[in-house]
Design a binder for this molecule. Structure first.
Ligand SMILES: [Zn+2]
Length: 228
């Protein structure tokens, strides 16, 4: 579904991915769970593009439900992968960052590895970088849910790709639940930073993208974060 001009939302099970289609650049934001590459490439096909037309894959963070199909997509497309330095380190060994309740973390670390991508194949971005998509896509370090987390904001279109720094499950904008948050203070600071941008469209990793919120809705959440 097109959520803004040239920006497509694809729900793959419980996690979203997004495509920015500005040929010759076609950019995927996040890479879903393992074994979702076919779903993503089929969607690209329905938009009229071949796998080899995918030029870039941006990573918000190295949780398995955001990079699970990254290696397979890289193999199938040859797209350039862009990620933060800490995410790149994790992707190179196929591990998720630590932020889960202890038992769940143990299960993930022990049983739930995803396909790794060699570090040399990943270009590293940092806070303040501007990527040449959607009229200039700002790279924002947004640690908290995980410490390697980044978000991306396009001021000209108003689209915010918030990954898991925000969440739109249950039809409202919120933070990712505290029990899967690595650092709650950092998560609040990061969410506040994103809300201050007054994004017109909030495209998160989980939940339907939000386009109908008002600035009052954003201000309310912003104020509640300051009070906690
Ligand atoms: Zn996550």
């Amino acid at each position: 579904m097109e959520i803004a001009p040239n920006v497509y939302w694809l729900a793959t099970g419980s996690v979203n991915v997004y495509l920015v289609v500005e040929a010759p650049n076609i950019v995927l934001i996040d890479a879903s769970m393992p074994r979702q590459q076919k779903v993503i490439l089929d969607f690209l096909g329905r938009l009229g593009y071949q796998p080899s037309d995918l030029t870039h894959i941006l990573v918000t963070h190295a949780d398995m439900d955001h990079v699970g199909s990254l290696a397979a997509l890289y193999q199938a497309t040859g797209a350039k992968i862009l990620a933060g330095a800490d995410s790149a380190n994790l992707i190179a060994v196929g591990k998720s960052p630590k932020h889960m309740p202890i038992i769940v973390q143990w299960i993930i670390d022990t049983f739930m590895k995803y396909g790794a991508v060699p570090q040399a194949q990943i270009s590293v971005f940092k806070d303040g970088d501007v990527l040449p998509f959607l009229g200039g896509l700002q790279v924002l370090a947004t640690p908290g849910h995980t410490m390697d987390h980044f978000s991306f904001f396009s001021p000209s279109s108003g689209v915010l790709f918030a990954g898991d720094a925000l969440n739109t499950r249950n039809g409202r904008i919120n933070l990712t639940p505290p029990n899967i948050t690595a650092d709650k203070t950092a998560a609040h600071r990061s969410a506040s930073r994103l809300l201050e941008l007054s994004p017109a469209i909030i495209a998160c990793g989980h939940g339907k993208p939000s386009a109908t919120h008002t600035s009052d809705d954003l201000m309310q959440l912003f104020n509640s974060l300051r009070q906690e």
